[in-house]
Design a protein. Structure first.
Length: 363
């Protein structure tokens, strides 16, 4: 459905997007993530045809954006982040205006508008001025505009930003429903949103893709430790000796005292080691009663931070290597310059001595 092949975008000497490639399958909901300045918005603008890449190609539903831009853009419904709406129009007038812009035939226009208003939950407010709507409803109006023309691809940029929890839940539900009929790219900073909605995630940082996978796989791959939250009754204070009984424990941290007299601990081990069975075996023998044992799962946010940190460390290493090379190069230049100067000095001294001898011979 969407093929992004080796696209690069430069602004002068600055490379905003650096040779990235990914694809989005038909009917898939994909999250597009990255920190501020990562190249996310630039990539979205290239996919929608708003700006052109310096290199590479973008194929939308079989149409090359560079060679057949009108046909490629017709496949896309775009919902921008900042809700650019005409505030003095009613909801229905705005959706009708979008239908005119997208050349929806007069014959089918009314029926399509009604379907879109119903699908986005705007039927009851269709006669209201957009300026009088809540932000949640304005987001719906923006989404309705993207749906006009029944595009195969929907690109949603921060669709829940600024909404209250109830509105966020409603918009997420709507996106899931739209995913049954459309291919969706969702750009957002809310990582829990991606976990709940998206089937795959593309993470970009400093203009390069650093990960493409399902949220679940990313969570598992980046999990460095197994963490367990343990609530116990420990009258004899035997928890402090637990590491002696279970050597696989890397870290045992006291978290808090509970009102019922129990204590909560955080226990960490290697990611490949699951301590739960061993804890059930060992603790009763130490007169420790287990009230609750819960494995702390790695989240997409944890995975995201881990991947970003990892790439920054790699970039720092590369930067150090480059600096070391530069320093070595500068040192060699200085050495050569010094040798050259010493050679000049020696030659000059030799010529002077030669002149002095010549003058002495003449006398």
């Amino acid at each position: 459905m969407i093929e992004v092949k080796n696209i690069t975008k430069r602004y002068g000497k600055f490379t905003a997007v650096d040779d990235i490639s990914f694809d989005v399958k038909d009917g898939e909901i994909v999250g597009f993530l990255g920190p501020n300045g990562a190249g996310k918005s630039t990539t979205m603008n290239m996919i929608t045809g708003f700006i052109e890449p310096n290199e590479g190609s973008i194929i939308i539903n079989g149409y090359n954006m560079a060679k057949k831009p009108k046909k490629a853009k017709k496949q896309i419904g775009y919902m921008p982040e900042n809700i650019p709406l005409y505030q003095e129009l009613t909801v229905r007038e705005f959706v009708n205006y979008m239908a005119e812009l997208k050349l929806v035939s007069r014959k089918n226009r009314k029926e399509e508008i009604n379907k879109i208003l119903e699908k986005t939950g705007l039927t009851e407010v269709q006669k209201k001025l957009i300026k009088n709507l809540s932000r949640g409803y304005k987001q719906r109006v923006s989404m309705a505009g993207a749906l006009v023309g029944n595009p195969d691809v929907l690109i949603l940029d921060e669709p829940t930003v600024g909404l209250d929890p109830k509105q966020i839940t409603e918009i997420r539900k709507l996106i899931k429903e739209l995913g049954k009929e459309h291919t969706v790219i969702l750009s957002t900073h809310i990582l829990s949103e991606v976990s709940q909605i998206c089937e795959r995630v593309v993470i970009i940082n400093h203009g390069k893709i650093i990960a493409i996978d399902t949220p679940e796989n990313l969570e598992q791959k980046t999990q460095e430790k197994n963490s367990i939250l343990l609530t116990v009754e420990d009258k004899k204070q035997n928890m402090q000796h637990l590491k002696e009984q279970i050597p696989e424990i890397q870290s045992l941290k006291f978290v808090k005292d509970n009102e019922d007299g129990t204590k909560q601990y955080m226990i960490e081990s290697d990611a490949k080691v699951d301590l739960r069975k061993k804890l059930f075996e060992v603790l009763p023998k130490q007169d420790i009663t287990i009230f609750e044992l819960k494995k702390a799962e790695n989240t997409l946010e944890d995975a995201f931070i881990s991947l970003i940190d990892e790439t920054q460390k790699e970039e720092t290493k590369e930067g150090i290597k480059e600096n070391t090379k530069k320093e070595e190069k500068d040192s060699q230049k200085q050495k050569k310059h010094k040798e050259k100067e010493e050679s000049k000095k020696a030659k000059k001294e030799f010529n002077k001595q030669k002149e002095d001898k010549t003058k002495g011979g003449k006398k």
